[in-house]
Ligand binder design. Structure first.
Ligand SMILES: *[C@@H]1O[C@H](CO)[C@@H](O)[C@H](O)[C@H]1NC(C)=O
Ligand SMILES: *[C@@H]1O[C@H](CO)[C@@H](O)[C@H](O)[C@H]1NC(C)=O
Ligand SMILES: *[C@@H]1O[C@H](CO)[C@@H](O)[C@H](O)[C@H]1NC(C)=O
Ligand SMILES: *[C@@H]1O[C@H](CO)[C@@H](O)[C@H](O)[C@H]1NC(C)=O
Length: 223
């Protein structure tokens, strides 16, 4: 049995973790321009074939065309487009998935057996005009990752997981659990050195509960 079929048969266990942000690799400091090779940064719901550069991180962000066939682009309601401090552009639109129970993104061009950080962001902003906060599940491939429980229309929710991906692509799936339509604002993938986060290996992943940047004096953006 090769590595790929083994991984497909034995679901990864996703551990809960408390990550203290000592990992300089994920931070922008000063004027250095670290490599963004292998980064995937998707502003979900952005009009097809459009892209822009994040003002703070300088990382290019693309639309989700090519990563998913499912769902619809929607803008958040005008009342949630905050001018001051300006609402980050990634939250202005979402992709929502009213048509099926399970809707997936496929992230391609990975190095099989390598470690990745995946990050998903959600801000409801009453994009559907229903004023109804949904609860839905997020999966990494076949593995349960996080229950996204939207408790405030203007609040943003962050889900993160660090996992060894056995194949050259991975699916991130949103699953309707009968408590409202799943949607997503942003989806990111970042390659990690295989030596980082040893608790994340071929059989188990690490799910973020909280991250604190200890003793930092600046407000550096997280990449
Ligand atoms: C979303 O807003 C943009 C401008 O901010 C507009 O061009 C676009 O047509 C809107 N899309 C929808 C689906 O309403
Ligand atoms: C990003 O920068 C552009 C140009 O400097 C500016 O017009 C825009 O308001 C900025 N957006 C945010 C979200 O800061
Ligand atoms: C969502 O969170 C609220 C509290 O904010 C809780 O009362 C509710 O049970 C949660 N829903 C699910 C399905 O977990
Ligand atoms: C992953 O780590 C766990 C806990 O340390 C260990 O039980 C498991 O055997 C490891 N898996 C691999 C493939 O090394």
């Amino acid at each position: 049995m090769d590595r790929r079929s083994m991984a497909a048969r034995s679901p990864l266990t996703l551990l809960l973790s408390l990550a203290v942000a000592a990992a300089g690799v994920l931070q922008v400091r000063g004027q250095r321009a670290p490599s963004i090779e292998g980064f995937i940064t998707i502003d979900c719901g952005l009009p097809e074939h459009s892209s822009y550069v994040n003002n703070r991180t300088k990382i290019p962000i693309t639309s989700d065309a090519g990563f998913t066939d499912a769902g619809y682009n929607r803008n958040i309601s005008a009342e949630y487009v905050r001018p001051q401090p300006q609402l980050s552009k990634n939250y202005l639109n979402v992709r929502s998935f009213p048509d099926s129970v399970r809707s997936c993104y496929t992230l391609p061009s990975l190095v099989p057996g390598s470690k990745y950080l995946l990050r998903a962001l959600f801000m409801y902003g009453n994009y559907d005009g229903l004023d109804k906060l949904p609860v839905f599940d997020l999966y990494l491939g076949v593995n349960f990752w996080w229950r996204v429980n939207i408790s405030r229309a203007e609040g943003s929710i962050l889900a993160e997981v660090i996992a060894v991906i056995p194949d050259d692509s991975v699916q991130v799936c949103l699953v309707n659990i009968g408590l409202g339509t799943p949607f997503i604002s942003e989806l990111d993938l970042r390659p990690l050195e295989n030596t980082l986060y040893r608790q994340a290996n071929a059989t188990q992943g690490l799910v973020l509960i909280d991250r604190r940047n200890m003793g930092d004096t600046g407000n550096y953006p997280i990449r």
